[in-house]
Design a protein around this ligand. Structure first.
Ligand code: FES
Length: 203
């Protein structure tokens, strides 16, 4: 091969090498730009899907200290979970007994509607522990907040319960609705667990 031909071949090889490295560079650069673009395009959705700190706080579980609650009382001030009032009552033994015997005037004494309580609360007191009752303080008729009634004889047992002043619905101390009132369901039981003997985590 002449010197000219050798030089030509070497120039061509050099050109090929340069072209290959340019191509490699372009592929890398394009991929990087595409990746950045994809992240940029997805960011609004990621932001949309990620709940804000405020939203997280609003839906977060609530810890409730019941160490100062005495038998016969309802926790005051009333705590809120997800913006809804939560009634926490401490029932004495007479009230617990009445919940198992005084059921004739109730619309759903056995908590047959599964939407109104977690499974652990399907029992006469509609709670994990018979003495502590935890209910959403929202009437199942049109959403007013019932009042805790301690010894008013508005129901047979005289053990009190909850009375909704808006249209007169009544619930016993387990939040079970009395027959013949406007409210169609028992008060809802929120999800909760006992963190200790005196601290409950709601939600
Ligand atoms: S809202 Fe309670 S009885 Fe109507």
């Amino acid at each position: 091969m002449s010197d000219g031909a050798v030089n030509e071949a070497s120039d061509e090889a050099e050109d090929n090498g340069t072209t290959n490295s340019r191509r490699y560079f372009l592929i890398q650069a394009t991929s990087a730009v595409a990746a950045v673009g994809a992240v940029g395009a997805a960011w609004p959705f990621v932001k949309y899907w990620t709940p804000s700190a405020k939203a997280k706080a609003a839906g977060a579980p609530v810890r409730v200290d019941i160490s100062k609650l005495a038998p016969g009382e309802m926790l005051s001030p009333i705590v809120a979970w997800r913006g809804k009032p939560i009634f926490v009552v401490y029932r004495d033994q007479a009230s617990i007994d009445a919940l198992t015997t005084d059921v004739s005037g109730l619309a759903d004494p056995d908590s047959a509607n599964p939407e109104m309580q977690p499974e652990f609360a399907v029992n006469p007191w509609r709670s994990e522990r018979p003495e502590i009752g935890i209910y959403l303080g929202i009437c199942t008729h049109l959403g007013c907040s019932p009042k805790h009634v301690v010894t008013d004889n508005f129901e047979e047992s005289g053990q009190g319960g909850f009375f909704c002043p808006c249209h007169g619905s009544k619930f016993d101390l387990a939040g079970r609705v009395v027959s013949g009132v406007p409210a169609p369901d028992n008060l809802e039981v929120p999800p909760y667990r006992f963190e200790s003997d005196t601290v409950i985590v709601i939600g």
